[in-house]
Ligand binder design. Structure first.
Ligand code: NAP
Length: 482
């Protein structure tokens, strides 16, 4: 299968925080791959901006090193890298100072899309926004891209939305959640709304429950300071898991466009019930190797690095269907999936068949992006009608041929969407606020009760209490497999 690359318009993209970790690991190597694929126009320009006193060449050297380290198989195309680097510029600016802004203004061209990636601490977003206007760099249709975390709670998210709204219209603001840029996540929408097969079953008549798992093997190495102020609830559930839940649960939008999709997602968040104290488990890895508290540099830290939640959506489609969400660090394997577990057959016509056979649609985000559908068939061979459950496996890279292996990294896909002006895969301000409005009482409930995280062994599937969350409902978590 040959992948179709549709070039985007010519653009100037300024990356504030161009020397930072995210720019080096994701943004710049991703842009190089889009350049090499022909999607980024040859004359498009990328401007790195940060306080460090670099000239264009020193920044280009840094970009070359980032591509060498994180550029994937394409990194060895030296000719292409040389051409790409020629499109890279640098200007030293301080988000809180006055220097460098005139120079940045002078670099910007008329008649091309203007985008500003705020890859800096959120505390600088307001300063950047204000200076982009004061120095006449912002145009009425320029775009800004803002990184997570978008607020620490509802009050700070509201304040951040208000600050950005002073300078930019909502149609100019692209709040990134890179989970929405993952191929499989978009495929979830294609599968739901592009097939007649699933949608009739996608409700409480046929679905028993839904599981969303995002398991990481890494700890918080090197990010202990940030993470300890955040925790899994803020860092993962409020944004990434919430977005996945929305895409599974939302009503079909009337069109595949930004506001139609985001309106439906918002309705899901608003229909979420408050979570009862016994329907949530927090955990902290504490044995079987280094403990979280060593990573967090705070021997008394009570920040959770694991959360499991039983969530309920109060609407006609989902009443009575639990959504079990879990995410954690230092888990058994790096594995993320959404599993739609359908109900048992009411009655089996096959004599002696006492097993519970269930259809399960599993959508894998990592590793091996793809889907499998568990179906029940006859076990081959003699011996009568014995039933067995088998997965109909569709790993994209296998099913769609080698070009599907060029599954774009989420960041590069999303940046191209910014240039196209397509906000479908970005969070709207009201969505983010609604997600915090659901999350805040969970966190304040823990604080009020003095809840301490349950310990779990590094390399396990999380605390015992998380298993019990499902066992007591007669259900089981799916195995975490790498
Ligand atoms: P980082 O490595 O600490 O980089 C911060 C960048 O901001 C550097 O380029 C720094 O360069 C620049 N900077 C700092 N103060 C500045 C100022 N006053 N004016 C202008 N530039 C300034 O941070 P990061 O990990 O790249 O993260 C950037 C943003 O992405 C954060 O909001 C973070 O939460 C978010 N994020 C990061 C990741 C990740 O994997 N790293 C993942 C998700 C979200 P100078 O020191 O030269 O100024």
């Amino acid at each position: 299968m040959v992948s179709r690359v549709i070039p985007v318009e010519n653009f100037d993209l300024v990356i504030f925080g161009g020397t930072g970790d995210l720019a080096r690991r994701k943004i710049l190597p991703g842009l190089f791959r889009r350049y090499r694929s022909g999607q980024m126009p040859a004359e498009a320009r990328i401007v790195g901006a940060a306080r460090s006193a670099l000239d264009h060449d020193a920044f280009r050297q840094m970009v070359a090193e980032a591509v060498a380290e994180f550029g994937g198989p394409e990194k060895d195309d030296a000719e292409c890298l040389k051409a790409f680097l020629a499109q890279i510029h640098y200007v030293a600016v301080d988000a809180k100072g006055e220097g460098g802004w005139q120079a940045l203004s002078g670099l910007m061209r008329e008649g091309v899309v203007r985008a500003f990636y705020f890859s800096v601490a959120p505390s600088l977003f307001g300063d950047l926004a204000e200076r982009l206007h004061r120095f006449n760099i912002a145009t009425p249709d320029c775009r800004i891209v803002v990184e997570k975390p978008f607020g620490h709670d509802l009050a700070t998210a509201r304040a951040l939305n208000a600050t950005l709204a002073t300078h930019f219209k909502e149609t100019q603001i692209y709040r990134i959640d890179h989970y929405l840029g993952k191929e499989t996540v978009q495929n979830l929408m294609a599968v739901r709304f592009g097939n007649i097969l699933f949608e009739p079953l996608w409700n409480n008549h046929y679905v028993d429950h839904i599981q969303v798992t995002v398991a990481e093997t890494v700890g918080v190495d090197g990010r202990g300071g940030y993470y300890d102020q955040s925790g899994a609830m803020r860092d993962m559930v409020q944004n990434h898991l919430m977005q996945l839940l929305c895409l599974i649960a939302m009503e079909p939008p009337s069109r595949f466009d930004a506001d139609a999709v985001r309106d439906e997602k918002l309705k899901v968040i608003r229909a979420l019930d408050p979570v009862a104290a016994d329907e949530i488990v927090r955990g902290q890895y504490g044995s079987g190797g280094k403990a979280y508290r060593d990573d967090a540099e705070n021997p008394a830290s009570t920040t959770e690095c694991f959360v499991a939640i039983k969530a309920h959506i109060s609407n006609w489609r989902w009443a009575g269907v639990p959504f079990y969400l879990r995410t954690g660090k230092k888990m058994r394997a790096r594995s993320s999936e959404i599993a739609v577990v359908f109900k048992d057959l009411g009655h089996s016509i096959f004599e002696g068949d006492t097993a519970r056979h269930r259809n399960i649609l599993a959508i894998r985000l990592q590793p091996n992006e793809g889907m499998d559908l568990q179906v029940t068939i006859k076990e081959p061979g003699p011996g009568g009608m014995r039933l067995v459950d088998v997965p109909l496996d569709m790993t994209f890279a296998e099913a769609l041929g080698p070009d599907a292996g060029e599954v774009h990294d989420a960041y590069e896909r999303l940046i191209m969407d910014v240039i196209r002006g397509n906000q479908t895969l970005f969070m709207r301000g009201d969505e983010v606020e609604a997600a915090w409005a659901w999350t805040d009482p969970i966190i304040s409930g823990w604080d009020a009760r003095g809840d301490r995280p349950r310990p779990y062994e590094a390399g396990s599937a999380g605390p015992e209490e998380a298993m019990m969350l499902m066992h007591r409902d007669g259900r089981r978590w799916r195995e975490i497999k790498g």
